[in-house]
Design a protein around this ligand. Sequence first.
Ligand code: C2E
Ligand code: MG
Ligand code: MG
Ligand code: MG
Length: 295
Amino acid sequence: QADLALFMAKSTGKENYEFFSPELLDSSIRKQEITAALQQALVNGEFSVHYQPQVELLSGRVIGFEALLRWNSALGAVPPAEFIPVAEECGAIHPIGEWVLREACRQLDAWRREGRPDIHVSVNVSAKQFLDPEFAEKVARVLNETNVPAGCVEIEITESVMIDLDTAAGLVEELQEIGVKLAIDDFGTGYSSLNAVKNIQIDTLKIDKSLVDEVLGSDRSMAILATIIELGKNLGAEVVVEGLETIEQVTLMRQYEVIGQGYYFSRPLPADKAARVWDKYLEQPNGLFHAPVLY
Ligand code: C2E
Ligand code: MG
Ligand code: MG
Ligand code: MG
């Protein structure tokens, strides 16, 4: 064990040693590679945005799409769960996040010009971006450039933004003045779920997949999920249930009159393919309960 490990003394602390395993060393090299590759990714055009439909379960209507960032880098395809934290750490998240917002709004404008029904686009925003004092200004600028009504854009943040509630409340207010919608993403996974929604008016509560995964086999899980759905509705928010994968889950959730999102309806897809899925739902709204669209 010991010969597999490297000891490294930090120059700062007196007895401040850290224990590095080869795995940690690997991961720190990987992180450096990602950090370096991220610096070139925007100018090289390595990013794209995929879109996943959000479906009103009772009507089968597509009411919006979530924009999800994809990175096809020199290192291969790197998932957002791996590169977003690195981008946050090195600051690259600011230009990248602004690019995603602009790209999603540009796409929504293109869909609107095609005469498609009014929907919204939801854009994930990391805490670092959201807490940037210039964030609201950037949002306003992008809306202006792309011609998209503010009410058609939803910003998805997580509970982690609410750690400093006073700061968060001020920033939320700026966004509300602009008129964009606000969603709390991954609701129910953090330590302060109730705190996050107590003081701040939100438009949408997105319930995390982990809370949905076990409902079919567990009455207790179902009780918790039903209660959170009711909480969202009592707060005047739309409720989106994430990660629906099976017809059984969709059928069960339909009774709760929520919006569903998940592989059952469609994986996140490039805009042209997402539009084709959308067309199927437009042709046959309730077709979703007979045959999922598989791509
Ligand atoms: P999220 O915002 O909670 O997005 C939902 C994630 O669940 C997406 O993963 C989506 O592909 C996946 N998903 C959707 N339906 C299903 C399902 O039925 N089953 C399963 N197993 N997964 C499903 P993805 O695209 O890999 O993104 C992961 C996370 O990375 C996102 O979680 C979000 O937190 C972050 N992210 C993605 N794009 C952006 C972005 O543009 N900016 C920022 N700041 N974060 C982003
Ligand atoms: Mg999200
Ligand atoms: Mg989520
Ligand atoms: Mg998530």
